[in-house]
Design a protein around this ligand. Structure first.
Ligand SMILES: [Zn+2]
Length: 422
């Protein structure tokens, strides 16, 4: 390959209504950082930044020496940029989509299908399931980040069934009793949990809205009287109810773990794992797909039956949902988040203040590099001229190309890099 093989991108912003607003949004801050001329509208949500070649948000190439307009077009012309293994394994497509999310109000209770189910859903309901790919995803917190993820340990769910009669009413005596009797038997527990969750999700609207109103009233009164409402998960309940009044998803907090990530902590969401993001900013990486099965906390299309059928009913504590980064033995600046799927790996690159030169190593995969903090000038044989890196810069790096950074900021540089290590 000849010509420019490392270049900056201008990335698509998605203004979904749940996003943080104006310059409160990390997405908006990164956009202005990368392009000081970008206009951020006060009052408008900046929910997601898409860095990649997905047709719904193909990144624009910011290098006027390149004839193609978008990254997707360029990769179609020069598939060798992917690296030979990636090119062959993923039919000449960039296998991942890299994102920044800024979450102000909860996103839907959702799960992503495995490849087999994705293909089935896409063939049956293409209007709701736009492609046939799986969508494992990983979230790495940039700020204090909250989500719901995976089923709680059964003891916790049983505790809520006892303490929250409104929740118990939706699950029903029979299913709740089965869950109680199944304790200690993993298979029975799984079946009972599925039954409990499915019963609740299939309640008649009138029934669950009444129960939810009663619950909200009770918790509000208890709170006003100075009582501790944690046995009803009161604070989170009231918050979700204020965002999605009358939504069945408000009850999901009794089934699902409330996961809180500190910056740089991550969670990985494999196929069929129930989850919802609640608040905060994160880096997200996923297989290049847009397939989501939703069942609450959203005005979007709901597919309760598919969701209840597909979920993994594996109770586990919230700590088990954390996905650890491992140090890269060949480079002390790099921490690697390597999930158990082939489609993507994310690296956090932290160049310390004392280090004035740093080499972003070549890997046998195309990469997308996002600068979170710091300033540097990048030199690369494949860029033909120097590239300025600052907060918000997004760089596409072809396979087997390295970059030499001359760090100009006093506090070092922090970057995230997505690639596909086969
Ligand atoms: Zn998701």
């Amino acid at each position: 390959m000849e010509g420019v093989r490392v270049f900056p991108l201008t990335c698509a912003v998605q203004n979904y209504s749940w996003g943080k607003v104006g310059l409160d949004s990390e997405v908006a801050k990164l956009v202005v950082g990368g392009d000081p001329l970008a206009v951020i509208e006060e009052g408008k949500p900046y929910a997601e930044l898409w860095m990649g070649a997905h047709p719904k948000g193909d990144s624009q190439i910011k290098d006027n020496r390149i004839a193609q307009t978008t990254l997707g077009q360029w990769i179609a012309h020069f598939p060798a940029c992917l690296g030979s293994k990636v090119k062959d394994s993923f039919q000449g497509q960039l296998p991942f989509l890299f994102k920044v999310l800024s979450v102000n109000t909860a996103l839907s209770i959702q799960a992503h299908p495995n490849r087999e189910l994705a293909a089935h859903l896409h063939s049956q309901f293409p209007e709701h399931y736009p492609d046939d790919n799986h969508k494992p995803e990983m979230a790495i917190a940039l700020t204090h980040f909250q989500g719901l993820c995976g089923f709680r340990p059964v003891e916790e769910i049983l505790g809520f069934l006892k303490a929250v009669p409104e929740f118990h009413a939706l699950v029903g005596n029979e299913a709740a009793e089965e869950l109680r009797r199944g304790v200690g038997d993993a298979d029975r527990t799984k079946r009972a949990l599925k039954k409990c969750f499915t019963r609740m999700m299939n309640c008649e609207k009138k029934v669950f809205v009444d129960q939810l109103n009663m619950l909200v009233k009770r918790v509000t009164e208890e709170g006003a009287a100075g009582k501790d409402t944690s046995s009803s998960n009161g604070e989170l309940l009231l918050r979700l109810h204020s965002q999605y009044p009358g939504d069945i998803g408000c009850f999901s907090i009794y089934f699902l773990n409330h996961v809180v990530l500190d910056p740089n902590q991550a969670m990985f969401l494999g196929a069929n794992e129930p989850h919802a993001y609640l608040y905060g900013d994160c880096i997200e990486c996923m297989a290049c797909s847009d397939n989501t099965v939703r069942a609450g906390l959203t005005p979007k299309y709901l597919d309760v039956n598919t969701l209840c059928e597909m979920l993994t009913y594996d109770p586990a504590p919230s700590a088990a949902k954390m996905f650890p980064a491992v140090p890269d033995h060949s480079d002390p600046c790099v921490s690697v988040y390597d999930p158990p799927v082939p489609d993507f790996t994310v690296m956090r690159i932290q160049v310390p203040a004392a280090m004035k030169q740093y080499t972003v190593a070549a890997v046998d995969s195309a990469s997308v590099l996002l600068v979170i903090a710091g300033d540097a000038t990048a030199t690369s044989a494949a860029a033909l001229s120097d590239v300025t890196l600052r907060r918000g810069t997004v760089l596409f790096v072809s396979a087997n190309e390295s970059l030499l950074l001359h760090v100009t900021s006093a506090a070092g540089v922090t970057m995230f890099r997505a690639c596909c290590l086969l």
